[in-house]
Design a protein around this ligand. Structure first.
Ligand code: ADP
Ligand code: MG
Length: 275
């Protein structure tokens, strides 16, 4: 790895391990090419090509059944495609890795329903997320190094919960729990974050704060957001990929895709089209 490459803006935030393991020198963190998967003969993903730039924030929208969740399942190793290729950077073949290996390599996924440790404090939740496979008891009784404490405080600030640090996670609002869960993912310092429907069930004020949070993560992380709420997607001001019948129907700015006749047809054509 040359010094010139290391000094490049894109690599500022990356440790050498990641640059060397993944080879992000092309500026692309995720490659999915000609990916297909069938369930009982039905092609849920059909010739999908999907690329995410290093540090990019991307929204994925599409009608119900378009394949959004299946796409995330493929990226995280939960579902194996029948054909195609999926690479994390230039070197890691996701199709040869299992779910824990993919998570370990730096792909974090946030599911729709928050799964925080309700009986532990916000701070302890982040501490537990940092620990990985250690037991709860050994984690919470071990002394934190100043670096670890600093890391938790940094994440508390990013997710805007610094004043709630000592609060029991179970007593947080729905929105705050979502932010805490994003914070728990951040404790693993993922390169790529997949976030499924973060705005669901949120108040408008919480949505605004979530938009600000996701935008603040871009640059340091690559973030792929699946979301149905169009106002929310528009506020993110990111590139938008429209999935339909398991493939990419359109890609571009929110304005571009919303004015695309094929997208309009898909959204107006189906009564159950949702986002
Ligand atoms: P989206 O998240 O865009 O709503 P999904 O990825 O959940 O769409 O689903 C795409 C299609 O694949 C749907 O028609 C769904 O019913 C089907 N599907 C998804 N997972 C499975 C599965 N495990 N078995 C059978 N069919 C599935
Ligand atoms: Mg889905």
């Amino acid at each position: 790895m040359s010094d010139i490459l290391r000094r490049d803006r894109v690599f500022d935030f990356m440790v050498a391990r990641e640059v060397e393991d993944l080879d992000l020198s092309h500026g692309t963190v995720l490659y999915m090419e000609d990916v297909s998967v069938s369930f009982d003969g039905f092609k849920a993903i059909n010739g999908l090509n999907f690329y995410v730039d290093t540090g990019e924030l991307r929204c994925v929208i599409g009608p119900n059944g378009a394949g959004k969740t299946t796409m995330m399942d493929i990226i995280t190793g939960k579902t194996r495609p029948d054909t195609g290729s999926c690479w994390f950077g230039q070197r890691l073949n996701l199709l040869q890795m299992d779910e824990p290996e993919i998570a370990q390599a730096g792909i974090g996924r946030k599911f729709q329903k928050p799964t925080v440790f309700e009986h532990h404090s916000v701070f302890e939740n982040l501490e537990l997320a940092m620990a990985g496979p250690k037991t709860v008891w050994s984690t919470l009784t071990a002394r934190l190094t100043p670096e670890e404490k600093g890391q938790i405080e940094e994440v508390l600030e990013v997710i805007g919960l610094q004043d709630e640090s000592g609060r029991r996670a179970g007593s947080l609002s729905h929105g705050q729990k979502q932010w805490l869960e994003i914070g728990m993912l951040l404790m693993q310092d993922p390169l790529l974050l997949l976030v499924d429907e973060p705005a669901a069930g949120m108040t408008h004020q919480e949505m605004d704060r979530t938009v600000a949070l996701l935008k603040s993560l871009a640059g340091k992380h690559s973030v792929v957001v699946v979301e149905h709420d169009m106002d929310f997607v528009r506020s993110l001001e990111s590139r938008v990929t429209v999935l339909h019948q398991g493939g990419v129907l359109a890609e571009g700015s929110m304005d571009q895709v919303q004015n695309d006749p094929r997208v309009i047809e898909v959204y107006l054509g189906g009564a159950d089209a949702e986002g």
